[in-house]
Design a protein around this ligand. Structure first.
Ligand SMILES: Cc1cc2nc3c(=O)[nH]c(=O)nc-3n(C[C@H](O)[C@H](O)[C@H](O)COP(=O)(O)OP(=O)(O)OC[C@H]3O[C@@H](n4cnc5c(N)ncnc54)[C@H](O)[C@@H]3O)c2cc1C
Length: 411
């Protein structure tokens, strides 16, 4: 194993390159990215960076000198255009070819655009995935009074909070009967909806966008219930799709992402995938996550698999979201039918604990960092205090972990 080529210079690609080196790989590593920037963090794009509170160089995941020190050949602004599996080489947009012994797809995901039937070529409609998207959006936001956000998922809600913070009138439209429908329990969704309403975001829940108005540039929208909304800028946060085109064209198995086994290996044993683009086939089902934690972990799983010293992927999901002064921290993977236990103890803020068949499986902590830490540790160690213990506000959170671990009779 001498040459590893990584397609996509984002969080997962970088994680894989870094892990290869810390695991002692001495061969060539090429990290190829089609964006202009070296690998950078995306989460601040809908938070501090959009707000203007973070300089562009603070987004970088590693200082530029790191790549030289680690002998990682980083090529930015270059697309991997095609893949020749039989010849084990890729062709770049520059026309260069690169041979590999192991190839890693870390191509991420792309923001879903609004359908053409709504867009009709109008200007002023945006999606957010890359830093370049923010650079295009920011001057328009500076000149805007009314912002319409389409989609009540995490990115849509974060953008609504930031644009409201910038002084805009903000409407948010969510077609489902509740915000965060696929990713959070009703209790968390209701708390966050109340926060947005208290800060002046007008929520239109259970409404679709029937049409956009404006010639050339967007001026507003008509909702399915007939409501008219003025909008100088529209931002769609309606999800992302895994970037699979190159892998698909090369004949690799695709199923909601580039399909890999628990070691991150595709249907071609020399080719791996990590991060948002990859769907991991695990013993308890297929898993494709879009989160920093997943990109880091699967990048590392792939590095170990390339070096044949890996044990495969055991997901330990965690996620966070910042909206106004709320820090939401999530650990574990909730499902719609989970039992939800609300904990609201003095001085601790609120947390929602998810149980499945009596076992603690996830926690949403709303400005409750200690509850999050305890919940995450419990989940990682497979420990489950009873729902009654969690709901008992008189019981300090810090005691719950130790008491559960010690398996005291009271638990
Ligand atoms: C606005 C926003 C906010 C977010 N907030 C959070 C958060 O709060 N918490 C959290 O955990 N996660 C958050 N996420 C998700 C998180 O950022 C992603 O899960 C993570 O970046 C995925 O990393 P990745 O390396 O798989 O993909 P990416 O970071 O998308 O990197 C893939 C890279 O590959 C490039 N590429 C694709 N095809 C090619 C090709 N053929 N040739 C060369 N280059 C190619 C892409 O352009 C991109 O630069 C957020 C994402 C966004 C967009």
């Amino acid at each position: 194993m001498n040459r590893v080529v990584i397609v996509g210079a984002g969080q997962a690609g970088l994680s894989c390159a870094a892990k290869l080196r810390t695991e002692g790989f001495e061969g060539e590593i090429s990290l190829i990215g089609n964006e202009a920037d070296a690998p950078y963090q995306r989460p601040p794009l809908s938070k501090a960076y959009l707000l203007g509170n973070l300089a562009a160089d603070r987004l970088l995941l590693r200082p530029l000198g790191w790549y030289e020190e680690q002998r990682v050949t980083l090529r930015t602004g270059v697309e991997v255009a095609s893949l020749d599996r039989a010849g084990k080489r890729v062709t770049l947009s520059t026309g260069d070819t690169l041979a590999y012994d192991a190839l890693v797809f870390a191509t991420g995901a792309e923001a879903r655009p609004l359908p053409d039937t709504l867009l009709r070529g109008r200007r002023g409609v945006h999606t957010i995935r890359d830093r370049a998207d923010i650079e295009a959006l920011r001057p328009e936001l500076d000149a805007a009074s009314n912002v319409l956000v389409i989609g009540g998922g995490y990115i849509g809600l974060e953008i609504a909070a930031v644009t409201r913070g910038l002084g805009n009138e903000v409407d948010l439209v969510e077609a489902a009967p509740v915000i965060l429908g696929r990713v959070a329990c009703r209790e968390t969704a209701l708390s966050i909806a109340a926060l947005h309403e208290a800060r002046g975001v007008r929520l239109h829940i259970g409404q679709g966008v029937a049409s956009l108005s404006g010639q050339g540039r967007v001026t507003g929208a008509h909702l399915t219930d007939g409501t008219e909304i003025a909008a100088d800028v529209v931002i769609a946060g309606i999800g992302a799709a895994p970037r699979t085109a190159l892998a698909d064209a090369a004949g690799l198995d695709i199923s909601n992402g580039i399909l890999v086994d628990a070691c991150g290996r595709t249907s071609d044993p020399s080719i791996f995938a990590a991060g948002d683009c990859a769907c991991y086939r695990l013993p308890d089902g297929d898993l494709r996550l879009e989160s920093v934690g997943n990109a880091i972990d699967t990048g590392e799983v792939v590095a170990r698999s390339i070096l044949e010293n890996g044990a495969g992927y055991t997901p330990k999901p965690w996620f966070w979201s910042d909206q106004f002064d709320l820090k939401l921290q999530i650990a574990g993977r909730a499902q719609p039918d989970d039992q939800v236990v609300v904990r609201e103890a003095p001085g601790e803020a609120k947390s929602h604990w998810y149980y499945r068949e009596g076992a603690l499986v996830a926690i949403d902590a709303l400005n409750a960092p200690r509850a999050y830490q305890v919940g995450r540790k419990l989940i990682l160690e497979g420990l489950s205090p009873s729902p009654e213990v969690i709901a008992d506000a008189s019981r300090p959170i810090k005691d719950i972990f130790n008491a559960t671990r010690a398996a005291l009779p009271a638990i």
